[in-house]
Design a protein. Structure first.
Length: 387
């Protein structure tokens, strides 16, 4: 048996108190494919260096900012293989661009940029550089999401007619950004978050999930955005009607103010001969409802699942797998894709069907189209009811 060293990972952002940075760190090391060896973790250089010590990172690989990190890592024989960008949206583009231009592969939080112009430029740079850019659309890491994708592609529910996808949260139901919540603060600032509030932060997850499972390409949309919390600068609720190429229709709902919902990602796909549904809070089950047949609950870990689901499964049925494992599946896939590209071979199953820079570009284009639709029509698009 041949062994490979873990790929060396650097991180920008994600320091003390940053939720998503810790998720990246846990997930990246779950399968032994990555080792975090360097970072610029905080805008406060000293605080970032102090945090690096808690992660066992050598003092000479704890940097004040990403520019210092690039220069120093380029000079090392054991330089990082890739960087994980865990910073607010408006910083993604300059950081990713700098690392790509320096010859590093990139793993980036979504949305990949705050503007469509930057997303187009980043996708172009990625193609021209020949580097890899993975985007952490987490929900495409779940085994049963891959199972749903395989079954739709195989025609098990017939031609897709309708797609219903939602992502409701409750955590911003009050003006917590005005009460010192740092995570909410930048997410409600158009200069840091981009044009879309809930639609950019979580609606892009829902949009990617629907397209990933169905394989459908969005043709057009009509959107209605709302800002329910007084004084908030961006939307905190979005309803979007979708029209896909080939005639399928869809509805997308994202909300940061949906009381009673912790992380209610839900997808339902209705075809001519059946339907599939998946709920993120019960991620180990996929529900198949065939025409004129009995509804079936398909469980993760079953012997007759697709290879795509099996390679992303770690434990037997009845031992739940969830969010961290799904995130780790992305990291395992990114590692395999990078290794395969370097050795000039096709990646194995875990390194296929990954969210990459083009998916990131589509996500930013989706947000722009949603906001454009809302601003072009606003309330007058509603047809009054006569009685």
């Amino acid at each position: 048996m041949s062994y490979q060293r873990p790929l060396r990972l650097g991180m920008v952002g994600g320091g003390q108190g940053a939720y998503i940075g810790n998720i990246h760190r846990i997930s990246s090391r779950l399968d032994g494919a990555w080792q975090l060896v360097a970072g610029a973790f905080d805008v406060d250089a000293e605080r970032g260096r102090a945090f690096a010590l808690t992660q066992g990172i050598d003092s000479d690989r704890s940097y004040g900012d990403y520019k210092e990190m690039i220069a120093a890592e380029l000079a090392r024989a054991d330089r990082i293989d890739a960087v994980a960008i865990c910073t607010p949206n408006f910083t993604h583009y300059p950081i990713a661009r700098a690392f790509l231009e320096a010859g590093f592969d990139v793993i980036c939080e979504k949305p990949i940029t705050a503007t469509l112009e930057d997303a187009v430029a980043l996708e172009k740079l990625t193609r021209e550089s020949g580097r890899f850019v993975g985007v952490t659309y987490t929900y495409s890491g779940y085994p049963m999401v891959h199972e749903a994708r395989v079954r739709v592609a195989a025609g098990e529910i017939g031609k897709v007619r309708s797609v219903q996808v939602e992502y409701p949260l409750e955590w911003m139901a009050t003006a917590i950004e005005q009460q010192g919540n740092a995570q909410a603060s930048w997410r409600t600032d158009p200069k840091k978050n981009g044009r879309g509030g809930s639609i950019g932060d979580i609606g892009t997850h829902a949009y990617h999930l629907a397209g990933f499972v169905t394989g459908l390409k969005l043709e057009s949309l009509t959107a209605d955005l709302a800002t329910f919390v007084e004084g908030r600068a961006l939307d905190d609720n979005a309803h979007v009607m979708l029209r896909y190429q080939g005639g399928a229709r869809g509805l997308l709902w994202s909300s940061q103010v949906a009381l009673g919902n912790s992380n209610g990602v839900r997808l339902r796909v209705f075809g001519e001969t059946g339907s599939l549904s998946w709920f993120q809070e019960q991620p180990n089950e996929l529900v198949l409802a065939p025409l004129n047949g009995r509804t079936e609950i398909i469980k993760r870990g079953a012997e007759d699942l697709s290879e795509d689901a099996k390679v992303r499964t770690r434990t037997p049925p009845g031992h739940p797998e969830g969010y961290l494992e799904a995130f780790a599946n992305l990291y395992a896939g990114f590692a395999e894709a990078i290794r395969a590209r370097r050795s000039g071979r096709e990646p194995s199953a875990i390194g296929q069907n990954l969210p990459t820079v083009y998916d990131g570009l589509k996500g930013v284009a989706f947000v722009d189209a949603v906001v454009d639709s809302h601003e072009a029509t606003d309330q007058p698009w509603l047809t009054p009811i006569a009685v």
